[in-house]
Design a protein around this ligand. Structure first.
Ligand code: ADP
Ligand code: MG
Length: 620
């Protein structure tokens, strides 16, 4: 798809604008580009202001301001300065309720399960619009530095982001005037920046340790033949550099009178961050502040800092061990460890990881707050068609399927399938004359759909009335490179068809995705037993239905005795249904089957035999 765009600065026409990589962070965002001359990715920005704080301040006349200026308004205008909007993207109030006190601005809570909105001075803003402001600022920067128009981007998201959060990120890009070529996982981008995955003949196991401003994520990736598979993710969405700052503030508070604590809390935050950075770069910190006309001398040295924040550091390592355990790996099986996020500049982070994995495995040669954007730029370059040597693929984290008879999950796209991908499967009706069929789409690993997450539903109407088992309904799942699913159902004999794009209203929390995966493992045995029971019941119900229809239509073919015996066997099978014992049900099926088989032969009724075989979807 060729595009023409106008460069506002130079006034010239350009056939195709630049493609950039964007790390849309919780605390800071950054834009990068592969330099066409060197072929190397570079962060775009003037020195000293490469990072754009992900903060949007709404002025009293309703104008949004983004970046460092907005960040200064955090203390002076807490109600009209939006920080951490990434935590709200694609989320409902229910998702964030537990952390509501964390936000200094107003988040509307009218509707539990709709996407949240933020209110500033009587005006409402969606997290998508606010994120779009940040993206638009990055786009403007990139354009003013390169002198070219920028209209396409690759944007990164945490590996645990669900469909809804990814879709919201994509929408924010669109709103900022960017065609989003792909949404990429942050750990994948970080690995790419280090060149991992470029050599398709090697298999690597990589740990990406990402400690940012407000969040901690650790991901274990397997890179094989250029495919990035997320083996596990763990983390704490409320643990980051800010918490280290807070510990420093608390440390200082003990030298101040209680009456000043509330005031000091607010005004010392930025100073604490400065102190942290200073001691981490090897200089002691000393500064005097005046609070309510009283002077205080604040000091901090590295050893004190390390000891008062040790428990926070330990928490990140606990997460890391959990991630390794989920991936069933020992530290010795990890080939590379990648440091991501500004907070990994604290020297003990590298030290502790080197102690665990060995010095030579820890990669920190790239700037940790740029590495995600740099990797996104590499991917952008590949997608723009500038390189033919690499092919980048991703995989789907959870299985996708539809509900079949008895509430069973029938998987069309198994978990960890490379995307984009397309799967087709045929189904039929279970009742004579069925003219519509509902196709409910689920995501998850459990055998019963009730235990999985419903993504959406599709109603196929206008199926011509035919005996059960005759219509041929083809269901197609198309999963595009961003993980967005399109489902299509078509009745082949008549050609009627329906399709939907699955865009859930709100999605799973990070904890939910993990729980679903763990659940599926711990319930695997009982799920199989349950599936067998459900299948037996379903088969029995089908059988009773079919035989009932046969008796109604073809009673003339049978003797009085045969009718009575058939009805009796149907009844005892019916009784067995309430029993949670699949063997009794199967015996009942066999008994009925054996007795009625000669009747079917007598009639050579196609409808009966075809209704007894094949997969059926519940009738509507
Ligand atoms: P995010 O991914 O959440 O947007 P970043 O990766 O930009 O966040 O990390 C921001 C955090 O990194 C802040 O808490 C900041 O204080 C911390 N940080 C930045 N530089 C340093 C440094 N030199 N030493 C310690 N912490 C730092
Ligand atoms: Mg980050």
């Amino acid at each position: 798809m060729a595009k023409i765009s106008i460069n506002i600065k130079s006034g010239t026409l350009e056939k195709e604008g630049l493609v950039v990589g964007i790390d849309l962070g919780t605390t800071n965002s950054i834009v990068a580009l592969v330099n066409p001359e060197t072929g190397m990715p570079e962060v775009l920005g003037r020195s000293g202001e490469l990072l754009v704080p992900s903060v949007v301040h709404i002025t009293h006349d309703g104008m949004p301001v983004v970046g460092s200026i907005a960040r200064q308004a955090l203390v002076s205008h807490p109600q009209s300065t939006i920080f951490s909007v990434k935590r709200l993207l694609g989320r409902s109030y229910k998702d964030i309720e537990a952390h509501a006190p964390y936000y200094t601005y107003r988040i509307l809570d009218e509707e539990d399960d709709k996407l949240v909105r933020v209110e500033v001075n009587g005006k409402y803003y969606t997290p998508i619009e606010l994120s779009a402001e940040i993206l638009a600022e990055l786009k403007r920067r990139a354009e003013s530095i390169t002198g070219k128009s920028v209209n396409r981007a690759v944007i990164t998201v945490p590996a645990y982001f669900n469909d809804s959060q990814r879709q919201a990120t994509r929408d924010a890009g669109k709103m900022a005037g960017l065609e989003v070529l792909r949404i990429v996982n942050e750990p994948t981008a970080a690995s790419l920046a280090y060149g991992l995955g470029m050599n398709t003949s090697e298999t690597k196991t990589v740990v990406v340790y990402d400690l940012g401003g407000g969040t901690f994520d650790v991901s274990v990736l397997r890179i094989e033949e250029g495919v990035f598979e997320v083996l596990s993710t763990q983390g704490d969405t409320y643990l980051g550099g800010d918490d280290f700052d807070r510990v420093i503030v608390h440390f200082w508070l003990q030298f101040m009178p209680e009456a000043l604590h509330a005031e000091a809390h607010k005004s010392l935050r930025l100073l604490a961050e400065e102190a942290k950075k200073q001691v981490c770069s090897g200089r002691e910190f000393e500064e005097s502040v005046t609070l309510s006309d009283e002077n205080f001398r604040l000091t901090l040295n590295f050893d004190t800092f390390e000891s008062i924040t040790r428990s926070l550091m330990d928490r990140t390592l606990d997460c890391l061990h959990m991630a390794l355990r989920d991936a069933k790996l020992s530290t010795g099986e990890v080939d590379d460890v990648i440091l991501v996020g500004g907070s990994t500049r604290m020297p003990f982070v590298k030290q502790r990881l080197a102690d665990l994995f060995g010095h030579d495995k820890v990669n920190d040669s790239l700037n940790p707050d740029e590495v995600v954007a740099l990797g996104a730029a590499v991917e952008a370059d590949v997608l723009a068609g500038n390189r033919n040597d690499i092919l980048l693929l991703d995989v789907t984290p959870l299985s996708l399927g539809i509900e079949t008879l008895g509430g069973l999950m029938d998987v069309l796209i198994p978990r960890n399938t490379k995307i984009p991908c397309k799967y087709v499967k045929s189904y039929t009706t279970s009742v004579d004359g069925q003219v519509k069929m509902s196709i409910a789409v689920y995501q998850g690993e459990r055998e019963l759909v009730a235990e999985n997450r419903k993504l959406g539903e599709l109603l196929l109407t206008g199926i011509p009335a035919m005996p059960a088992g005759l219509p041929k309904i083809e269901v197609t799942f198309l999963l595009n490179a961003d993980g967005i699913l399109t489902v299509e159902a078509k009745e082949l004999r008549s050609g009627v068809q329906q399709n939907i794009e699955i865009k859930p209203q709100y999605g799973l929390s990070d904890a939910d995705v993990e729980r679903m995966l763990l659940d599926s493992l711990s319930h695997a045995k009982e799920d199989v037993a349950l599936r067998m029971l459900v299948e037996a019941r379903t088969e029995a119900e089908q059988m009773i239905y079919t035989v009932g229809r046969f008796l109604e239509k073809n009673a003339a073919l049978l003797s009085e005795d045969e009718i009575i015996t058939t009805k009796q066997r149907c009844e005892s099978l019916e009784n067995a249904l309430s029993n949670p014992d699949k063997d009794t049900i199967l015996q009942g099926i066999d008994a009925l089957n054996e007795y009625t088989r000669p009747f079917a032969e007598r009639l050579m009724n196609k409808a009966v035999s075809s209704a007894l075989s094949g997969t059926h979807i519940d009738n509507v």
